[in-house]
Design a protein around this ligand. Structure first.
Ligand SMILES: O=C1O[C@H](COP(=O)(O)O)[C@@H](O)[C@H](O)[C@H]1O
Length: 232
Protein backbone atom coordinates (compact mmCIF):
# COMPACT_ATOMS: atom_id res chain seq x y z
CA UNK A 1 0.00 0.00 0.00
CA UNK A 2 1.31 3.47 -0.93
CA UNK A 3 2.64 5.51 2.01
CA UNK A 4 1.02 8.92 2.21
CA UNK A 5 1.37 11.88 4.57
CA UNK A 6 -2.15 12.72 5.73
CA UNK A 7 -2.86 16.37 6.65
CA UNK A 8 -6.24 16.91 8.31
CA UNK A 9 -7.82 20.35 8.94
CA UNK A 10 -10.71 21.59 11.06
CA UNK A 11 -12.29 23.44 8.16
CA UNK A 12 -12.04 23.72 4.38
CA UNK A 13 -10.90 27.32 4.76
CA UNK A 14 -7.98 26.24 6.97
CA UNK A 15 -7.14 23.54 4.44
CA UNK A 16 -7.21 25.99 1.53
CA UNK A 17 -4.94 28.46 3.35
CA UNK A 18 -2.41 25.82 4.43
CA UNK A 19 -2.33 24.01 1.09
CA UNK A 20 -1.86 27.29 -0.80
CA UNK A 21 1.06 28.15 1.52
CA UNK A 22 2.64 24.72 0.96
CA UNK A 23 2.29 25.01 -2.80
CA UNK A 24 3.70 28.55 -2.79
CA UNK A 25 6.66 27.45 -0.67
CA UNK A 26 7.44 24.51 -2.96
CA UNK A 27 7.31 26.78 -6.03
CA UNK A 28 9.63 29.30 -4.35
CA UNK A 29 12.15 26.56 -3.58
CA UNK A 30 11.99 25.35 -7.18
CA UNK A 31 12.61 28.88 -8.49
CA UNK A 32 15.54 29.33 -6.11
CA UNK A 33 17.06 25.97 -7.14
CA UNK A 34 16.31 25.84 -10.87
CA UNK A 35 15.23 29.35 -11.90
CA UNK A 36 11.68 28.27 -12.74
CA UNK A 37 8.80 26.18 -11.40
CA UNK A 38 5.89 24.16 -12.72
CA UNK A 39 2.49 23.44 -11.26
CA UNK A 40 -0.22 21.09 -12.55
CA UNK A 41 -3.68 21.55 -11.02
CA UNK A 42 -6.98 19.72 -11.11
CA UNK A 43 -10.38 21.05 -12.02
CA UNK A 44 -13.76 20.21 -10.47
CA UNK A 45 -15.15 22.08 -7.46
CA UNK A 46 -12.67 21.07 -4.75
CA UNK A 47 -9.74 23.40 -5.59
CA UNK A 48 -11.63 26.72 -5.95
CA UNK A 49 -10.96 28.04 -2.41
CA UNK A 50 -7.30 27.00 -2.56
CA UNK A 51 -6.92 28.77 -5.94
CA UNK A 52 -8.33 31.94 -4.38
CA UNK A 53 -5.71 31.76 -1.62
CA UNK A 54 -2.84 30.94 -3.96
CA UNK A 55 -3.52 33.86 -6.32
CA UNK A 56 -2.89 36.27 -3.45
CA UNK A 57 0.62 35.01 -2.84
CA UNK A 58 3.54 37.15 -3.90
CA UNK A 59 5.89 34.87 -5.82
CA UNK A 60 7.90 35.32 -8.98
CA UNK A 61 4.91 34.07 -10.95
CA UNK A 62 6.53 35.05 -14.26
CA UNK A 63 8.86 32.11 -13.63
CA UNK A 64 6.03 29.65 -13.05
CA UNK A 65 4.36 27.39 -15.66
CA UNK A 66 0.84 26.21 -14.87
CA UNK A 67 -1.26 23.58 -16.60
CA UNK A 68 -4.13 21.23 -15.80
CA UNK A 69 -3.89 17.53 -15.03
CA UNK A 70 -7.04 17.07 -17.12
CA UNK A 71 -9.79 18.89 -18.92
CA UNK A 72 -13.16 18.11 -20.39
CA UNK A 73 -13.23 18.32 -24.20
CA UNK A 74 -15.41 21.44 -24.29
CA UNK A 75 -14.51 24.97 -25.43
CA UNK A 76 -12.58 26.93 -22.78
CA UNK A 77 -15.60 29.26 -22.44
CA UNK A 78 -17.92 26.35 -21.47
CA UNK A 79 -19.18 26.32 -17.86
CA UNK A 80 -17.83 22.76 -17.38
CA UNK A 81 -14.34 23.60 -18.67
CA UNK A 82 -11.56 23.13 -16.13
CA UNK A 83 -9.62 25.80 -18.01
CA UNK A 84 -12.42 28.31 -17.41
CA UNK A 85 -12.34 27.44 -13.71
CA UNK A 86 -8.58 28.06 -13.57
CA UNK A 87 -8.89 31.31 -15.52
CA UNK A 88 -11.67 32.59 -13.24
CA UNK A 89 -10.22 31.52 -9.89
CA UNK A 90 -6.45 31.09 -10.18
CA UNK A 91 -5.00 33.15 -13.04
CA UNK A 92 -5.85 36.48 -11.40
CA UNK A 93 -4.02 39.07 -9.28
CA UNK A 94 -0.39 37.98 -8.83
CA UNK A 95 -0.87 34.73 -10.77
CA UNK A 96 -1.77 36.64 -13.94
CA UNK A 97 1.98 36.78 -14.62
CA UNK A 98 2.32 32.96 -14.78
CA UNK A 99 2.57 31.04 -18.09
CA UNK A 100 -0.60 28.99 -18.56
CA UNK A 101 -0.57 26.00 -20.92
CA UNK A 102 -4.04 24.98 -22.10
CA UNK A 103 -5.13 21.40 -22.78
CA UNK A 104 -7.57 22.62 -25.42
CA UNK A 105 -6.93 23.06 -29.15
CA UNK A 106 -9.03 23.77 -32.21
CA UNK A 107 -8.92 20.07 -33.22
CA UNK A 108 -12.15 18.26 -34.03
CA UNK A 109 -11.78 15.73 -31.20
CA UNK A 110 -9.74 15.02 -28.07
CA UNK A 111 -7.99 12.19 -29.93
CA UNK A 112 -6.98 14.56 -32.75
CA UNK A 113 -5.59 17.09 -30.23
CA UNK A 114 -3.20 14.78 -28.40
CA UNK A 115 -0.08 15.38 -30.55
CA UNK A 116 -0.39 19.19 -30.35
CA UNK A 117 -0.93 19.14 -26.58
CA UNK A 118 1.97 16.74 -26.13
CA UNK A 119 4.20 19.24 -28.00
CA UNK A 120 2.95 22.17 -25.88
CA UNK A 121 3.70 20.33 -22.67
CA UNK A 122 7.32 19.93 -23.75
CA UNK A 123 7.71 23.69 -23.10
CA UNK A 124 6.91 23.22 -19.39
CA UNK A 125 9.79 22.49 -17.01
CA UNK A 126 9.28 18.85 -15.99
CA UNK A 127 8.93 16.89 -13.84
CA UNK A 128 6.24 19.10 -12.30
CA UNK A 129 7.40 20.68 -9.05
CA UNK A 130 3.90 20.36 -7.61
CA UNK A 131 1.00 18.36 -9.00
CA UNK A 132 -2.39 18.51 -7.29
CA UNK A 133 -4.93 15.76 -7.87
CA UNK A 134 -8.60 15.60 -7.02
CA UNK A 135 -10.63 12.40 -6.86
CA UNK A 136 -14.14 11.47 -7.95
CA UNK A 137 -16.38 9.13 -5.96
CA UNK A 138 -15.66 6.37 -8.49
CA UNK A 139 -11.95 6.54 -7.63
CA UNK A 140 -10.97 8.41 -10.79
CA UNK A 141 -8.22 10.96 -10.59
CA UNK A 142 -7.21 13.45 -13.29
CA UNK A 143 -9.37 11.87 -16.07
CA UNK A 144 -8.15 8.33 -15.42
CA UNK A 145 -11.62 6.82 -15.12
CA UNK A 146 -12.09 3.20 -14.01
CA UNK A 147 -14.86 2.84 -16.61
CA UNK A 148 -12.85 4.08 -19.60
CA UNK A 149 -11.69 1.66 -22.29
CA UNK A 150 -8.47 3.72 -22.56
CA UNK A 151 -7.56 3.19 -18.87
CA UNK A 152 -4.88 0.56 -19.40
CA UNK A 153 -3.09 2.77 -21.94
CA UNK A 154 -3.53 5.91 -19.84
CA UNK A 155 -2.35 4.17 -16.65
CA UNK A 156 0.60 2.23 -18.07
CA UNK A 157 3.49 3.06 -15.69
CA UNK A 158 6.09 2.90 -18.48
CA UNK A 159 4.20 5.00 -21.04
CA UNK A 160 6.26 7.57 -22.95
CA UNK A 161 3.11 9.63 -23.62
CA UNK A 162 2.30 12.59 -21.35
CA UNK A 163 -1.32 13.00 -22.44
CA UNK A 164 -4.17 10.80 -23.63
CA UNK A 165 -7.73 11.18 -24.83
CA UNK A 166 -10.20 9.41 -22.54
CA UNK A 167 -13.90 8.68 -23.10
CA UNK A 168 -15.53 7.85 -19.76
CA UNK A 169 -18.83 5.97 -19.99
CA UNK A 170 -20.06 7.17 -16.58
CA UNK A 171 -19.18 10.88 -16.79
CA UNK A 172 -19.93 13.58 -19.34
CA UNK A 173 -17.57 14.68 -22.13
CA UNK A 174 -14.48 13.22 -23.71
CA UNK A 175 -11.39 14.23 -21.77
CA UNK A 176 -7.75 15.08 -22.17
CA UNK A 177 -5.70 13.77 -19.27
CA UNK A 178 -2.11 13.55 -18.19
CA UNK A 179 -1.05 9.91 -18.17
CA UNK A 180 -0.24 8.09 -14.94
CA UNK A 181 3.40 8.01 -16.08
CA UNK A 182 3.54 11.83 -16.38
CA UNK A 183 1.72 12.35 -13.07
CA UNK A 184 3.94 9.88 -11.23
CA UNK A 185 7.09 11.87 -12.06
CA UNK A 186 5.99 14.91 -10.02
CA UNK A 187 8.45 16.11 -7.38
CA UNK A 188 5.59 16.70 -4.95
CA UNK A 189 2.24 14.98 -5.38
CA UNK A 190 -0.78 16.29 -3.48
CA UNK A 191 -4.26 14.75 -3.28
CA UNK A 192 -6.83 17.37 -2.26
CA UNK A 193 -10.02 15.89 -0.79
CA UNK A 194 -13.02 17.13 1.14
CA UNK A 195 -15.86 15.32 2.92
CA UNK A 196 -16.23 12.04 4.78
CA UNK A 197 -17.44 10.10 1.76
CA UNK A 198 -14.36 10.89 -0.33
CA UNK A 199 -12.08 10.09 2.61
CA UNK A 200 -13.71 6.65 2.98
CA UNK A 201 -13.48 5.98 -0.76
CA UNK A 202 -9.84 7.06 -0.76
CA UNK A 203 -8.91 4.86 2.23
CA UNK A 204 -10.75 1.87 0.78
CA UNK A 205 -9.08 2.39 -2.59
CA UNK A 206 -5.62 2.31 -1.02
CA UNK A 207 -6.42 -0.72 1.14
CA UNK A 208 -7.99 -2.80 -1.64
CA UNK A 209 -5.19 -4.81 -3.17
CA UNK A 210 -7.37 -6.81 -5.59
CA UNK A 211 -9.03 -3.89 -7.39
CA UNK A 212 -6.58 -1.03 -7.94
CA UNK A 213 -8.63 2.08 -8.68
CA UNK A 214 -6.85 4.87 -10.61
CA UNK A 215 -6.19 6.95 -7.47
CA UNK A 216 -4.40 3.97 -5.87
CA UNK A 217 -2.47 3.15 -9.03
CA UNK A 218 -1.17 6.71 -9.27
CA UNK A 219 -0.05 6.72 -5.64
CA UNK A 220 1.62 3.30 -6.07
CA UNK A 221 3.59 4.67 -9.03
CA UNK A 222 4.45 8.12 -7.65
CA UNK A 223 8.18 8.65 -7.28
CA UNK A 224 8.14 11.70 -4.95
CA UNK A 225 6.55 12.37 -1.57
CA UNK A 226 2.77 11.94 -1.49
CA UNK A 227 0.53 14.17 0.58
CA UNK A 228 -3.21 14.10 1.21
CA UNK A 229 -4.90 17.34 2.33
CA UNK A 230 -8.33 16.71 3.78
CA UNK A 231 -11.08 18.56 5.66
CA UNK A 232 -14.70 17.71 6.31
O1 LIG B 1 -14.11 15.53 -13.56
C1 LIG B 1 -13.29 15.87 -12.71
O2 LIG B 1 -13.47 15.49 -11.43
C2 LIG B 1 -12.43 15.46 -10.46
C3 LIG B 1 -13.08 15.64 -9.09
O3 LIG B 1 -13.85 16.85 -9.10
P1 LIG B 1 -14.58 17.45 -7.81
O4 LIG B 1 -15.61 18.40 -8.36
O5 LIG B 1 -15.19 16.30 -7.06
O6 LIG B 1 -13.54 18.16 -7.02
C4 LIG B 1 -11.38 16.52 -10.74
O7 LIG B 1 -10.25 16.30 -9.91
C5 LIG B 1 -10.98 16.52 -12.21
O8 LIG B 1 -9.97 17.49 -12.48
C6 LIG B 1 -12.21 16.82 -13.03
O9 LIG B 1 -11.94 16.87 -14.42
Amino acid sequence: MAEVNFHEYDSRVDLDICLAREVGAALEIAIAERGHASLAVSGGRTPVGMFQQLRQMRLQWDKVWITLVDDRWVPPSHTDSNELLVREHLLKYHVEAAHFVSLHTGAASAEAAVAEIEARLQAIPQPFDVLILGMGEDGHTASLFPCASELEIAAAPDSTQSVVAVNPSTAPYARISLTLAAIAQARKLVVHLTGTKKRQIFEQALANTSQRLPIARVLDAARGPKHVYWAE
